[in-house]
Design a binder for this molecule. Structure first.
Ligand SMILES: [Zn+2]
Length: 287
């Protein structure tokens, strides 16, 4: 099971939203005192009786908004949400229930890296403090990415996965976007051309939007009691395909570790760009 990425979280948001928007919270049950962080049970329970205005998303956080405060949920490495009848038997790792009448939003998280937090309506929660723009909004544009890359020597793959630069580009979609833009993942960010960064900006939006659209088609199963909602078979060019043939040129895809995450690329379609200094040295050796 892959880590939930932005498309999975957005699809979960759509599924949850359809069941929760406009409903009144009738109960909140916390069975586990701590996931990644302590769960603020009494603050959360202060929202019983409040109507859910909407379920929104910021980066990979779901935000259940009420006039009394917000419930913030992060799925971590292995979290999933189901909307089920309130008398459905508990499964192992079912940690939190948010009930609306006879339905329950139930969080399951075997590895417990997820989070359930409370935010009052006056102040933004600390988890939102250093987040960059949302990738699918106009705030994330080529000018922004070019500015962020100008002074960074880190590998471009690490820069596009850095939350202060842009949120929600996880390992799967970073691999895919770099392949589709023809950029080697280890290229220092400040050596990627402006033209390539423009292409990368567009492609990041396209791969995320396509994944959300694909996930949306499986949404009808969201409230089933079995199976994980929000995950979908994906057609991927490079992620998880190291050692296999490139779907464009049939070269063998290579794999390197970057920031402990697998990076798969095509050595033909994603050539490493050499800076002019290196090229000049090569010329002088030749001559
Ligand atoms: Zn190729």
């Amino acid at each position: 099971m892959p880590v939930p990425e932005l498309p999975e979280v957005e699809v979960s948001r759509m599924g949850v939203s359809a069941h929760l928007d406009g409903r009144v919270i009738s109960n909140i049950v916390v069975r586990t005192p701590k996931l990644r962080w302590d769960i603020p049970t009494s603050q959360l329970q202060s929202l019983i009786g409040h109507q859910i205005v909407r379920v929104s998303r910021r980066a990979k956080y779901l935000v259940i908004e009420t006039a009394g405060g917000d419930i913030i949920i992060h799925l971590g490495m292995s979290g999933s949400l189901r909307v089920i009848d309130k008398d459905v038997a508990l499964k192992k790792h079912d940690h939190v229930d948010i009930a609306v009448g006879n339905k329950v939003l139930r969080l399951n998280d075997p590895r417990r890296f997820g989070a359930v937090l409370f935010s009052d309506i006056d102040t933004a929660h600390a988890v939102f403090a250093k987040l960059g723009p949302e990738p699918l909004t106009d705030d994330f544009n080529s000018g922004h990415l070019i500015a962020k890359c100008a002074k960074r020597k880190a590998a471009i793959k690490l820069v596009i996965m850095d939350n202060p630069v842009v949120v929600g580009v996880g390992n799967i979609y970073a691999n895919e976007a770099l392949f589709l833009s023809g950029i080697h993942p280890q290229t220092p960010a400040n050596q990627v051309t402006k033209k390539q960064l423009k292409s990368l900006t567009t492609v990041i939006k396209e791969v995320l939007a396509a994944a959300i659209k694909q996930g949306g088609t499986t949404l009808k199963d969201f409230s089933q009691t079995d199976g994980k909602p929000g995950y979908f078979a994906q057609s991927l060019y490079v992620y998880g395909r190291g050692g296999q043939k490139c779907l464009k040129c049939e070269s063998t895809l290579e794999e390197v570790k970057l920031g402990q995450r697998a990076s798969v690329f095509c050595p033909q379609c994603q050539r490493k760009r050499m800076c002019s200094k290196v090229i000049n040295n090569l010329i002088s050796y030749d001559g």
